[in-house]
Design a protein around this ligand. Sequence first.
Ligand code: ADP
Length: 271
Amino acid sequence: SSVRIPELKQNDELGDLVNEFNGMLDRIQRFIDQQSDFVQDVSHELRTPVAILEGHLQLLNRWGKDDPEVLAESLSASLQEIARMKSLIQEMLDLTRADQVDVQFPNAVCDLNQIMEQVVNDFKMIHPDFVFILDNDLEGPVYVRMYRNHLEQVLIILLDNAVKYSLTRKEIHVSAARNSDGVALVVQDFGEGLSNVDRERVFNRFYRVDKARSREKGGNGLGLSIAQQLVESYHGEITVDSALGHGSAFRIDLPTITAEEAAHLREQADK
Ligand code: ADP
């Protein structure tokens, strides 16, 4: 942009300073572009519920007052749209907060093994029609440097999706194992799966494979973006392995720490 300082092409301190300054400008520009993309995406996503709401209110205004059936139906549809907008707003807030959480929670530590068991048990209770198989190679606690609620949130997003996108085989496998880098946790379903193209895109915000169907299921296309931002902020990685028609396996890799390091962090946090 016009504020950039022309490169000096000299290898001294002044040259370095100019490069540093220009680099900073580029980063600011990228940040501004990202923000403006986000505002565009959000406006686009809000347009649908607002249009539906408007439609129902117009209907009510014209006929609804005299027709109890229209009245009841439009009111309930309007309330449903409002509930959707509320969940969209909550998820957008989650997304903006999911950045740099490692800096906000420098002493965070939790036991992945315990949280995994707890979340799977919760799901067993909420979805009695599903079979959840916990295939757990971990023995005892597995400490990761993550704020407990955030790990729970990531697991809930993955399990929610596994349930939502399962078809007739209502079976979900959750497994975890240690490896040389830390720990790997996998949530596998046997549902609709993802095509090669969609596999690349599911982590993009607001991306839904089938807009209409996902919308029916209450999806905003933000769950996996939130999960990815959280995991990556804590120096982990989230990946997917999937085949169309066969199901999907979402995998989280996280670095682990020893019990001594975990105890030390907890002491720090208590101070
Ligand atoms: P949503 O709230 O719509 O589920 P997500 O960001 O969690 O948003 O997921 C984005 C899209 O990825 C979903 O709309 C769905 O099309 C696809 N997807 C996510 N999880 C799975 C899964 N386990 N199996 C098949 N498709 C999935």
